[in-house]
Design a protein around this ligand. Structure first.
Ligand code: G6P
Ligand code: ZN
Length: 545
């Protein structure tokens, strides 16, 4: 007998407006009675035409993932979905969820993740809705969800026990089909179509040593299956490869500070040839050579310049897109290739229209995100395979490939300085003061650098004409150098000021310089312009990438 649908009366929570990447809160917030249910019902209430359709559900395996999924399954059935595809054990990386939505022509998907934020009972949880193109819901959808959450009066669920999600196979729940799928299969098949697995296996068989740090997060199962089982990398190549609900107590963010196990090894005496890491939900990546860090901006440029060596991109790129603060290294590649380079605000969602319209093929951000039109999310393991495919064809190391790239295109020396947890008022005061100075800057000379332009970045989407203003303050110099100031849109405590510094240097004799050294004068100018030390009381940034 089918369980009956229950209509449960509820009242609105006033804090369910999705942010940059869905609704992200502390676990204890999500555990309030009705909190998750209200949000999920608000998602369903804001959608039309899903009756009988397919929904994809999965998450990064963090604490409370499975409990949340059981709630969602009952609610999806009670609301009339025809079928749910759910990853085994409730697991799906963010890019794999995007791939599954696209491969199965699903109506949409619910992804449970707080990305690179820590997990555990006292840490973070998140949920976001992705549309049928596999990408994060655009603002008009997230605003509709928020509006629905403000007037919700009841949610619909079933009186039914939890389902066993530990084995692939189909069951039925209140008239809805629930299919537990292998979380890796569709994704791995897609990677196999894009990359030359034979060439990469050959590279690994030749003694080229790689290390992949899954940071106790979602990419463990994917990396074990693809790098070790399919491509033949020796067991042990993947470290921290079992997803843990609290990510082993770590901060699953692939950068030089948090991926310490990997960084220690790659800068140590017996370093492998190639190292990489991904984040909590598998969409970010960091690429390292032996004692050599590839900035995400350079990574995008190198992938673009070498894309023709990779089967999935051998036909050429339609265009490249990068977020505004990302360095202009990719622009130089686009120019040489004779293709457009789009400059968008920070946030992966701004790439969706360009990808859907076939105007861009590769996208990247300085915040360790790289991806392409194969899905509608950034994709960590994809970037790793792209690099390995290039190295397999070129038979060169990471550092050699980057240095050759700099010699050909010039080096866009780049660094980001973060000042974290500064009082909101100090941060907005700093930005307001700087914004007021911008108009007077062009034509003036700052420590011998002539200002070419200074503005508050705004964007008009070339596909749908929508506009976004106030996306970061830019000061550009005549030699192509730039300083960009913005406040982070993803922080949870206080404000985070990000200062992005970039200098173009065509001179190979200077390419060995440390970025901080090469950027010293811009760092000094940035402090003078924005009065960083005076207004934040900080002598130095908290994080430098
Ligand atoms: C998330 C988004 C990215 C964004 C990054 C940094 O990872 O998906 O698109 O670049 O956060 O954003 P923030 O506003 O903190 O600089
Ligand atoms: Zn992420």
């Amino acid at each position: 007998m089918s369980p009956t649908v229950k209509h449960v009366p509820t009242t609105p929570f006033d804090d369910q407006r999705p942010g940059t990447s869905g609704l992200r809160k502390k676990v204890r917030t999500f555990r309030q009675p009705g909190y998750l249910e209200n949000f999920v019902q608000s998602v369903f209430d804001s959608l039309e035409g899903f009756r009988g359709q397919t929904l994809v559900v999965g998450g990064d395996g963090r604490y409370w993932n499975l409990e949340a999924i059981q709630v969602i399954l009952r609610m999806a059935a009670a609301n009339g979905f025809g079928r749910v595809l759910v990853g085994r054990d409730g697991l799906l990386s963010t890019p794999a969820a995007s791939a599954v939505i696209r491969a199965h022509r699903a109506f949409g998907g619910l992804i449970l993740s707080a990305s690179h934020n820590p997990g555990g009972p006292d840490a973070d949880f998140g949920i976001k809705y992705n549309t049928g193109n596999g990408g994060p819901a655009p603002e008009k959808v997230t605003e509709a969800i928020y509006a629905a959450s403000r007037q919700i009066g009841e949610y619909r669920t079933l009186e039914a026990p939890d389902l066993d999600l530990s084995r692939p196979g189909a069951t039925e729940l209140g008239g809805m089909q629930v299919e537990v799928i292998d979380p890796v299969a569709d994704y791995a098949a897609l990677m196999e179509r894009l990359f030359d697995f034979g060439a990469i296996s050959g590279l690994l068989a030749s003694g080229f040593r790689i290390r992949f740090d899954a940071m106790h997060a979602i990419t463990g199962p994917y990396a074990h299956a693809i790098l070790e089982q399919r491509l033949g990398a020796p067991a042990g190549t993947v470290i921290n490869g079992t997803p843990l609900p609290d990510f082993g107590g770590g901060h699953p963010d692939p950068n030089l500070t948090y991926a310490h196990d990997l960084v220690e090894e790659m800068y140590g005496p017996d370093a492998p040839d190639f190292g990489a890491a991904s984040d909590g939900d598998g969409d970010r990546n960091m690429i390292l050579g032996r004692g050599f860090f590839v900035t995400p901006s350079d990574s995008l440029a190198v992938l673009a310049a070498n894309a023709r060596l990779v089967p999935g991109y051998a036909g050429g790129l339609k265009g490249i897109a990068r977020s505004m603060p990302t360095s202009q290294a990719a622009d130089r590649v686009a120019e040489k290739l004779g293709i457009p380079c789009f400059e968008t605000p920070t946030g992966w969602k701004f790439f969706g229209n360009l990808l859907d319209a076939g105007r861009a093929t590769l996208c990247g951000e300085e915040s360790f995100g790289t991806g392409s039109d194969h899905v509608r999310e950034k994709d960590g393991l994809w970037a790793v395979l792209f690099w390995l495919n290039i190295l397999a064809v070129r038979r060169e190391g990471v550092e050699a490939v980057v240095r050759t790239h700099w010699a050909e295109f010039g080096r866009n020396v780049y660094s980001r300085h973060d000042y974290e947890g500064i009082p909101a008022e100090a941060a907005s005061g700093l930005m307001a003061h700087l914004r007021a100075r911008l108009a007077a800057l062009p034509g003036t000379d700052l420590d011998g650098n002539r200002v070419a332009y200074a503005d508050d970045f705004g964007y008009t989407d070339p596909v749908d004409g929508s506009t976004s203003s106030g996306q970061g303050l830019r000061v550009g110099f005549e030699d192509g150098s730039r300083i960009v100031f913005r406040l982070s849109g993803t922080g949870t405590e206080g404000a985070t000021l990000r200062v992005y510094l970039e200098r173009f240097d065509p001179d190979t004799d200077r390419h060995h310089l440390d970025a901080q050294e090469a950027l010293a004068d811009l760092i000094h100018i940035a402090d003078g312009l924005a009065e960083i030390r005076a207004r934040t009381g900080r002598e130095a940034p908290d994080v430098i990438t």
